[in-house]
Write a protein that binds this ligand. Structure first.
Ligand code: COA
Length: 327
């Protein structure tokens, strides 16, 4: 029997404040009808002014620890997938460590945009399979609404804030994370990125005027590559495990746009029952979409022991990746 990373707890946190499409119509040149038909999004949650990404992440983490019956002191490794950390450095994972009391863990962030959770799950799984650690906390957490340009209707209608987490434990088992498949292609980086403030555009009044610290995206270019990549890596993941779409009990894709999800699900031949979608209620919360959806499905009783799950993500970089999990 192989040592595998088993998911023994899930948790999520979604800020209280809701911004509906009708609210957006009041200050953006858009319409509920356009947003619904082009993205499937009806509302998004917005973090409160006194909430930081480490707060959202800590609440999701504590919920996952409580479900797993594990204390923060038992955690050996803590990884946060995020592109909207509390500050450029140190890692938001270190702030989460402090806030939940995971004093025996080492902690770091992974920046892989919307693929951040799948990349982080891979990193922790490999530490467990190598026998380096027993328990890990893997979190996807974002406050993207503080980095979008509310005057840019092409982007501001798409994103929301949230955090999701899983507790992983080393077990001798046929269940757990069966495989992970990660890819990236930097030639596309300018199609979906935040130009500043970094070493290319260090903090400056000029930069602020030129909107560099805000998310920039070529929407329909991203759309095409996203559908193709989500499909390709899902097929790669199934083939690597001699599995087919029919074997999947639940497909949990990155929640970016209902048309992207429908196109990928249709190409894969997935049924509605097999596919988990919550983009209409939360919008695109980047690295948080998959762990939040997983926690919702888990707490709703949609996942039972032995079920086969796939996580499938695509995001800025471009990065993309999939993971196959036996529950
Ligand atoms: C952003 C996205 C919803 C735009 O939908 P689209 O069908 O590609 O629309 P286009 O960008 O071609 O714009 C079509 C028209 O709608 C307009 N438009 C754009 N945003 C609008 C808005 N919020 N409200 C009303 N009209 C809008 C455009 O100005 C354009 O008008 P024009 O035809 O007069 O030039 C879609 O491209 C998308 O979802 N891309 C992927 C985004 C994503 O989620 N990325 C994250 C990583 S996966």
């Amino acid at each position: 029997m192989k040592t595998r990373a088993r998911i023994i707890g899930t948790g999520s946190y979604v800020p209280e404040k809701i911004l509906t499409n009708a609210d957006l119509e009041k200050f953006v040149d858009t319409s509920d009808e356009w947003i619904r038909t082009r993205t499937g999004i009806c509302q998004r949650h917005i973090a409160a002014e006194d909430e930081q990404t480490s707060d959202l992440a800590s609440k999701a983490a504590q919920a996952a620890l409580d479900m797993a019956g594990v204390t923060a002191e038992e955690i050996d490794l803590l990884i946060v997938g995020t592109i909207t950390g509390d500050c450029p450095w140190p890692a938001t994972a270190c702030l989460v460590q402090e806030k939940i009391g995971a004093k025996n863990a080492w902690a770091y962030d992974i920046s892989a945009a919307c693929s951040g959770f799948v990349y982080s799950l891979d990193a922790a799984t490999r530490q467990i399979e190598a026998g380096a650690i027993q328990k890990a906390l893997v979190i996807g957490a974002e406050i993207l609404t503080r980095f979008i340009d509310w005057t840019d209707r092409n982007t501001c209608v798409l994103f929301g804030d949230a955090a999701g987490a899983v507790v992983l434990e080393a077990q001798e088992t046929e269940s757990g994370v069966l495989s992970t498949h990660l890819h990236s292609d930097g030639s596309y980086y300018e199609l979906l990125y935040q130009p500043g403030f970094g070493s290319v555009h260090p903090p400056s009044e000029e930069g602020l005027k030129n909107r560099v610290p805000y998310l920039s995206m070529q929407g329909n270019e991203v759309f095409k590559v996203a559908v193709r990549s989500l499909y390709n890596v899902a097929v790669e993941c199934l083939e690597a495990n001699n599995m087919s779409v029919a074997d999947l009990d639940l497909f949990i894709p990155h929640q970016a746009n209902i048309r992207i999800l429908d196109a990928a699900a249709k190409r894969l031949g997935l049924s509605e029952e097999q596919t988990y979608i919550n983009v209409e209620r939360l919008g695109n919360t980047s690295a948080a979409t998959i762990p939040v959806a997983l926690d919702e499905a888990n707490r709703a009783g949609r996942i039972k022991e032995g079920d086969l799950l796939m996580f499938d993500a695509f995001g800025g970089g471009f990065t993309w990746g999939a993971a196959l999990v036996r529950w």
